[in-house]
Design a protein around this ligand. Structure first.
Ligand code: ATP
Ligand code: MG
Length: 195
């Protein structure tokens, strides 16, 4: 079994995440995609605006209806900083016969060389990289051991980010269809990201 893992802060999860996950699934022949909210993301200075529970619930709502998508709480239930290498070691222990690939957008692709213990990470898992507006997918400057482990799959450029959604909501502007309908409703009911 080949499983794609899409990690993220998901503050909130949006349609760009879901399109990327589905493209990766189809193009890379994944059996499943696991959507994995991060506890405290190591690369972010600013803490998430929604609570961990709210980010988790929105991921669950977003995964509904796609039989190949599954939310996993491995990082949020562990608590604290979630380094990918620790998560990968946990996953390999818990699912010894499953092969994992990380699904990442172009911003994360560019950031790969700086990932904590990246040389160990690329020994165990592959990456599926997808285009994102404003970020290069060029990996010429990266070392071969990293570059060889990244497969780029086609993705329509989707100019949606959680940051922009939080800002729009802060100004009481609609983000309908930028997020799944159920997530939009959840943000409304919980008054998420309102000023
Ligand atoms: P923020 O603005 O808060 O950083 P974000 O929109 O970047 O949020 P993240 O949760 O940080 O979302 O991203 C999780 C993963 O999804 C990352 O690998 C990121 O590259 C990818 N991703 C997010 N939005 C897109 C998009 N529009 N197109 C392609 N990949 C995306
Ligand atoms: Mg981001």
């Amino acid at each position: 079994m080949l499983v794609g893992i899409m990690g993220g802060t998901f503050d909130p999860i949006h349609t760009g995440h879901l399109i990327a996950a589905e493209r990766a699934r189809v193009e890379a022949g994944l059996d499943e995609v696991w959507l994995m909210p991060a506890g405290v993301p190591p690369h972010k200075v600013n803490a998430p605006k929604a609570t961990m529970q709210q980010r988790w619930e929105m991921v669950c709502l977003a995964a509904e209806g796609n039989p190949f998508f599954r939310p996993i709480d491995i990082e949020i239930s562990k608590g604290g900083v979630s380094y990918s290498i620790d998560t990968i070691e946990l996953l390999r222990k818990e699912y010894p016969t499953t092969e994992f690939a990380y699904i990442i957008g172009a911003d994360m692709v560019q950031y790969l060389p700086q990932w904590h213990r990246i040389d160990d990470i690329v020994r165990h898992i592959r990456f599926i990289g997808l285009a994102r507006p404003g970020y290069e997918l060029d990996m010429a400057h990266m070392s071969e051991n990293i570059r060889n482990r990244v497969t780029i799959v086609p993705m329509p450029l989707v100019e949606i980010s959680s940051t922009a959604i939080r800002e729009e909501r802060g100004q009481k502007r609609s983000v309908r269809y930028l997020v799944p309908e159920a997530v939009n409703g959840y943000m409304e009911v919980n008054r998420l990201y309102e000023a």
